[in-house]
Design a protein. Structure first.
Length: 256
């Protein structure tokens, strides 16, 4: 659900499972949409019944899901956005939301119909396989290039790929914390003079927090360690964003 308004030089990159649908909905109500075609993630929009093969691996979609940048659909990356808008991207106010990696993985598991923590081990094994075999764990890959060069069996769903697939440490993008979405409203008002009202997310934030806290208690220390290893860079990014008041300005403050 990434979104670009090339008139106001605004770009939102939707990292899957970070309230991006709610943010895109609000942006479409307040800003004129770009009509340029975007190529979404090849697995964006696939549902649980069509996701898994009989051997437990994720089934890749045959074709990517195409949409318009102004529609706020599909999980397009910042790298792709700069390729599509080479003349205006340097002037953008670009932003994205990052989330506690453990909570994001738990949310992704629920997306794929995994609600029992006892089944979580298989899901983490799957993510570990992707982390070792998929190009998605490396930055500066454009979805369309990725689709062309990678074996479809190695295409990782957008719900589990790390943040550095959506952007890297050189990209000039403002990062907000999932736990403080109201800061996006403040930033948009200061930057554009627009009152952005984010609609309610699918779950009450406090209730969701308690739910994920309970979920963590049911996960073994071994599984938590494995998640920390796979998403080591995401934890680093999340900690830096969480410690900021307002957005963390990626690109100005190099993470490496």
């Amino acid at each position: 659900m990434s979104f670009v308004n090339d008139e106001k030089d605004l770009c939102f990159i939707h990292i899957a499972k970070t309230a991006g649908t709610s943010i895109s909905t609000a942006l479409k109500k307040s800003f004129t949409s770009s009509t340029k075609l975007a190529i979404g993630h090849p697995l964006a929009g696939t549902l649980v019944p069509t996701v898994f093969n009989e051997d437990g691996t994720l089934k890749a979609a045959e074709f990517p899901r195409n949409t318009l940048w102004g529609d706020g659909e599909a999980h397009c990356t910042y790298y792709q956005a700069t390729k599509e808008f080479p003349e205006s991207c340097e002037k953008w106010y670009a932003f994205a939301v990052v989330r506690n990696p453990i909570d994001r993985v738990a949310s992704a598991a629920r997306h794929f119909g995994i609600n029992d923590p006892r089944e979580f081990d298989v899901f983490i094994q799957l993510i570990e396989e992707y982390a070792h075999t998929s190009p998605a764990w490396h930055p500066d890959v454009w979805w369309d290039d990725y689709r062309k060069q990678a074996n479809l069996s190695l295409l990782a769903p957008p719900h589990i790929v790390p943040c550095n697939f959506y952007f890297n440490h050189n990209h000039k993008i403002n990062l907000f914390s999932f736990e403080r979405l109201n800061e996006i409203e403040v930033a948009i008002k200061e930057k554009f003079g627009v009152i952005l009202t984010l609609p309610a997310t699918k779950h009450d934030p406090d209730e969701a927090l308690r739910e994920y806290q309970n979920f963590r208690k049911k996960i073994s220390r071994n599984l938590l360690t494995r998640i920390e290893q796979v998403y080591e860079k995401d934890f680093e990014i999340y900690e830096k964003v969480s410690s900021c008041v307002g957005p963390y300005e990626q690109g100005k403050q190099n993470l490496e």
